[in-house]
Ligand binder design. Structure first.
Ligand SMILES: *Cc1c(COP(=O)(O)O)cnc(C)c1O
Length: 397
């Protein structure tokens, strides 16, 4: 064969969640009414004031290249936002605009990691992190957390995981898929552990505005001067503004790393979409508190879903305090047989639930937690009610 797939590309596995999604699509195509809890994006449309800004930008001719690392206007607007909302002082040259926060994660790993470096990744983790770490040639050091500690890494666990090769710690709060948020005190104790080490922090804050039940969000870099110096703050527009398809994320941090990320973009992707960058400046203004309206709706659903899940015998779900996921432990049902399928773990559980009750959830295994399943509440109350009714009936049958 003349052309072979590179070892690097071969090392990237297909998404482990794809099988469930593909099967759910098949069932739907057969006319079966499937309730989907798989969504990883808000179910709201992008607010109109943002769409209008993009249309105005297009009409004003904002259709050409911008600097590869983003426009100076958007960098300034983001620096102002970080100061106003996150108490973080970044100069515009400490900000790089990326093509979605997923691209931010990839670029940050490429800019900071060398082959042989190790990266601490607590469970449950977003699927992209381990792949981005490996694509940068580094090794993933998974740290198993416990339900008793709401799936959060403890300072003791973090301390124990740090070795001579450790270059980075990945922090994602509010968390996908866990639906938890670290408290300011918890973050401060983690920051203490890192003091005096050379461990950088990648703080993925994409769900910062989606917090519930009185939860207070704080940026890791805002904890102290030491935390600020070692942190790359990553955020984006997808979740907060329901702009997943617009592909806009950003990274703020030490100027040399941010410049390096910009250079990588010079020769790989070039700039994020020009008129989307323009509209993002308007998005940040949010004149009618659209973000808060969406948050309030998510909060209602979060409470309803967790209460319903915990009312099911054997299902144990921690209170969601952020993002839009419930992540219940369903391992009480492992070892049982349902409709001819022996449930050995989360993959079997998700498969049987889909085939027999027509409810699509994401198995916890690829997130590093095989006892759990992930249910997104980025769907209507009506769907949540019907979906949980089905799960309850199925589990008690
Ligand atoms: C959705 C998500 C992102 C990135 O989304 P983009 O659309 O690429 O901006 C990043 N981190 C986590 C944890 C996410 O769930």
């Amino acid at each position: 064969m003349i052309m072979k797939v590179s070892k690097r590309a071969q090392s990237v596995p297909p998404s482990a969640t794809l099988a469930v999604t593909a099967r759910a699509k098949e069932l739907k195509a057969q006319g079966i009414n499937v309730i989907g809890f798989g969504a990883g994006e808000p179910d709201f449309d992008t607010p109109k004031y943002i769409k209008d800004a993009a249309i105005a930008a297009l009409n004003a001719g904002k259709t050409k290249y911008t600097p590869a690392s983003g426009t100076i206007e958007l960098k300034k607007a983001i620096a102002e936002k970080l100061l106003r909302e996150n108490k973080l002082e970044y100069k515009p040259e400490q900000v790089v605009i990326n093509i979605g926060a997923k691209h931010s994660v990839y670029g940050a790993m490429q800019a900071v990691l060398d082959p042989g470096d190790a990266v601490i990744l607590p469970t449950p983790f977003w699927l992209t992190y381990p792949e981005a770490i490996k694509l940068a040639g580094a090794k993933v050091k998974v740290v198993k957390t416990s339900r008793q500690n709401s799936y959060k890494i403890t300072p003791e666990q973090l301390k124990k995981a740090i070795g001579p090769k450790t270059k980075m710690f990945v922090l994602n709060s509010p968390n996908n898929p866990g639906g938890f948020t670290y408290t300011p005190d918890e973050l401060a104790s983690l920051a203490k552990v890192l003091e005096g080490t050379d461990v950088a922090v990648l703080s993925d804050e994409i769900y910062e505005r989606l917090v519930y039940a009185g939860t207070k969000f704080i940026s890791f870099a805002a904890l102290s001067k030491d935390a600020y110096d070692r942190t790359l703050t990553i955020n984006g527009f997808s979740k907060t503004y329901s702009m997943t398809g617009w592909r806009l994320g950003y990274t703020a941090g030490p100027v040399d790393v941010i410049k390096a990320m910009g250079r990588l973009q010079d020769h790989s992707t070039s700039n994020p979409v020009t008129f989307a960058q323009d509209a993002a400046i308007t998005a940040l203004k949010d004149p009618n508190n659209e973000v808060e309206k969406m948050r309030v709706e998510f909060e209602k659903r979060a409470q309803y879903m967790v209460d319903r899940l915990n009312a099911i015998k054997g299902v144990k779900c921690t209170q969601p305090t952020g993002a839009f996921y419930c992540f219940p432990d369903v391992s009480a049902y492992f070892g049982k047989t349902k409709g001819g399928i022996e449930i050995k773990g989360s993959l079997d559980f998700a498969r049987a639930l889909l085939e027999q009750a027509n409810v699509a959830v994401v198995p916890g295994l690829p997130f590093g937690c095989d006892k759990n399943i992930r249910l997104s509440f980025a769907t209507s109350m009506q769907n949540i009610t019907e979906g949980i009714d089905r799960i309850q009936k199925w589990l008690s049958s």
